[in-house]
Design a protein around this ligand. Structure first.
Ligand SMILES: Cc1cc2nc3c(=O)[nH]c(=O)nc-3n(C[C@H](O)[C@H](O)[C@H](O)COP(=O)(O)O)c2cc1C
Length: 343
C-alpha cells in the first residue's frame, strides 16, 4: 500500500493525460456549424480587439488554462510554467484540485503562484465530494486563501470518482454544500465538470441555489473514464470503464441547451471546455454564447516542452481568434457573438 495515494494519483494523472488514447473519440460538437466568411470585413486586422475581463481582471483573450496541477514537486514546476505563461500572455490560470494542500499543508506552496501571476485571475479548485465532508466548506475557504485566488472552481466528477479505485462515491448533500459555500466565499464560485459535461438540468439546479458561473467541461477532449480505466486493477473495472469512454454531453450541446432557457442564458457566465484545441474553437465557443474558453490537455502538452512552447501556443491561439474575428467582420468579441453562421 502506498504511503501517499493522493500524490501517486496526481503523478499518474499527469503522465496519462498526455496520451492520445486518453482523448475521446467523439467531437466537442463545434463542427455542427461554420462561420459564414465575410469577404468584406470593412475593418483592419490590427484593429480587432480580443481583450475581455474576468473577475475584474483584464485578459488578452477569453481563455483560461484549465485546472490541472499541484501537490507534488513536478506539479509545482508545471504550475510555475503555467503561471508564468499565463501572466506573459494575459490568460487566466486554473489550479488543480487543492485537496492535498489542506490534507498535507506542506504541499500548499505547490499552489502558490500569485507572485508569478500577479495581474491575471487565479482560480482555486476543490471537489464537490470534498465539500460535503466535515470541514469541507472551511477547506474550500482555506484553498482560496492559500492561492490568493480570484475565484474557486468546484469540480463535479461523479463518473470519474465511481470508476476510480477508492474514489469518492458519497455525493448526497453536494448541492447544499455548494449553496453554503456561496454564502461564505469572498470570491465567486465556479462549478465545472472534468470532461463529461454539465447539461441544462444540472445547470438549472445550480442556478436555483445561486451559482452564476458554469464551466461545462463537456465531451470531445480528455476522457477521465479512459484515464481511470487505464489505472484500474481488474479486468471487470477495465471493461466497465471502457463502456463510459465517451459518456456525457458535448460542449456544443451543453451551451446550446443551457441557453434555451432565457433566464439562464442572460444570468449565467458560461465557460466552454472539453476539447477546445485552437483559437478557432475559442471563437466558435464565443459564438455559441460562452464568455470564455478553457483547455487542459493542449496546455499540458506544450508546458511539457517548456515555458517558451506554452507562450508560443497561447499567442498562436490568440492570433487564430483574431484572424477568425477579422474574416467574419467582427471588430470585437461582442461582434463575434453575432457573426453569421452556416449550420
Ligand atoms: C493532467 C490533468 C489534470 C487535471 N486535474 C484536474 C483537477 O485537479 N481538477 C479539475 O477540476 N479538473 C482537472 N482536470 C480536468 C480539466 O480541468 C478539464 O476540465 C478537462 O481536462 C477537459 O479539458 P481538455 O479536453 O482540454 O483536456 C485535469 C485535466 C488534466 C489533463
Amino acid at each position: 500500500m502506498s504511503k501517499n495515494p493522493i500524490k501517486d494519483r496526481k503523478r499518474e494523472h499527469l503522465d496519462l493525460a498526455g496520451l492520445p488514447t486518453m482523448q475521446m473519440s467523439v467531437s466537442n460538437g463545434l463542427d455542427a456549424f461554420r462561420f459564414e466568411p465575410c469577404a468584406l470585413p470593412e475593418l483592419n486586422y490590427e484593429e480587432v480587439d480580443t481583450r475581455c475581463t474576468l473577475l475584474g481582471k483584464s485578459l488578452q483573450q477569453p481563455l483560461i488554462i484549465a485546472s490541472m496541477s499541484g501537490g507534488t514537486r513536478a506539479a509545482k514546476r508545471l504550475n510555475e510554467t503555467l503561471a508564468t505563461a499565463a501572466e506573459q500572455t494575459g490568460v487566466a490560470l486554473g489550479l488543480g484540485s487543492m485537496r492535498i494542500a489542506v490534507e498535507q499543508p506542506e504541499q500548499s506552496a505547490t499552489f502558490q503562484m500569485r507572485s508569478l501571476a500577479p495581474t491575471v485571475p487565479i482560480l482555486a479548485n476543490i471537489g464537490g465530494a470534498q465539500l460535503v465532508q466535515t470541514q469541507g466548506i472551511e477547506d474550500a475557504l482555506r484553498c482560496i486563501d492559500i492561492a490568493q485566488a480570484d475565484g474557486i472552481f468546484i469540480h463535479l466528477n461523479p463518473l470519474q470518482e465511481v470508476l476510480q479505485t477508492q474514489g469518492d462515491t458519497q455525493w448526497r448533500g453536494v448541492l447544499n454544500a455548494i449553496e453554503s459555500l456561496i454564502t461564505r466565499s469572498p470570491v465567486p464560485v465556479i462549478v465545472k465538470e472534468v470532461g463529461h459535461g454539465i447539461g441544462p438540468t444540472t445547470t438549472q439546479k445550480l442556478f436555483d441555489i445561486g451559482v452564476r458561473y458554469i464551466d461545462v467541461a463537456g465531451t470531445g477532449g480528455t476522457s477521465w473514464a479512459a484515464i481511470e480505466t487505464e489505472r484500474s486493477r481488474t479486468n471487470s473495472q477495465t471493461q466497465t470503464g471502457q463502456v463510459f469512454h465517451n459518456f456525457g454531453i458535448n460542449l456544443y450541446d451543453s451551451l446550446r441547451l443551457i441557453q434555451r432557457n432565457a433566464t439562464l442564458s442572460e444570468e449565467i457566465t458560461l465557460i466552454a471546455s472539453g476539447g477546445i484545441r485552437s483559437g478557432l474553437d475559442t471563437a466558435k465557443a464565443i459564438r455559441m454564447g460562452a464568455s470564455f474558453a478553457s483547455a487542459a490537455a493542449p496546455m499540458l502538452a506544450a508546458a511539457k516542452q517548456g515555458e517558451k512552447a506554452l507562450i508560443e501556443l497561447l499567442r498562436q491561439w490568440q492570433q487564430q481568434l483574431q484572424i477568425c474575428c477579422f474574416v467574419t467582420g467582427s471588430a470585437s468579441l461582442h461582434e463575434l457573438r453575432h457573426a453569421p453562421i452556416i449550420d
